[in-house]
Design a protein around this ligand. Sequence first.
Ligand code: SF4
Ligand code: ZN
Length: 278
Amino acid sequence: MLKPHDMVAVALSGGKDSITLLRILWKLERRFPPARLVALTVDEGISGYRAEAISISREVCEELEIEHVVVSFEELFGVTMDSVASRPNDLQPCSYCGVLRRKALNDCARRLGATKLATAHNLDDEAQTALLNMMHGDIERILQTPQGSTKIPASFIPRIKPLAEVPERETTLYAYASGVRFQTTPCPHGHDALRGDIRVMLNRLELKHTGLKYTVARSVERISTAVARPGERRAFRTCKSCGDPTPNDVCEGCLMLRTLKTAGDITFKESPLTGQSR
Ligand code: SF4
Ligand code: ZN
């Protein structure tokens, strides 16, 4: 996943997983002087929730002497999650939030010259996402692995998920054992209801069938490989609107922003990160 000269941007939400990831990468980085770490926190604009996470993130970065960059949906896209969640939408708030956060992280990592973007998804997240995509019949997402694409656009910052095979119970234990402060307040916009149900189901099944979460998470990789051999995968292009990698002409983030714009929620503006109009 990592090379000695990598400049790694770490997505830092202030929760137990991202703080655990940052601490582990920080320990590794000290053994490789040419490597660099920078922490990225995205402020989605969620009152009563994100401010605490930003302050915890700032605290941990100061302690570890890691550069900390905060970017907000408002500054990047002219929208806040509070405003999106307060209007009737076709999708749940988490769907907008997830796509726009990925877009913000990619933009910011690219601007900072990062060679890798590390996220703290753990085994539970991966298994839940695998089942969610299957339940939604979302073939695009199942096959959407830019690393496996024959043509990778320069705008793509390779993502790494160092905790993807680590169960959530273990990241939680690590966070408590290392005595770090992390955010425990839940988001007021709630979580994806179906994901919550899948989470409960997987936890129950894992108790009876050890290793099941790992098998489920790996199944997506196997399906993706079986459906499209590496040389035959869809080539990724660059989004006509923002330059992000996408299998289509326009990326999912830009399509969402267009929907919000049509609904009158936002005004597109010049992005401070890419200098492109949105
Ligand atoms: Fe965003 Fe949903 Fe997470 Fe809240 S719970 S921060 S809306 S993804
Ligand atoms: Zn785009």
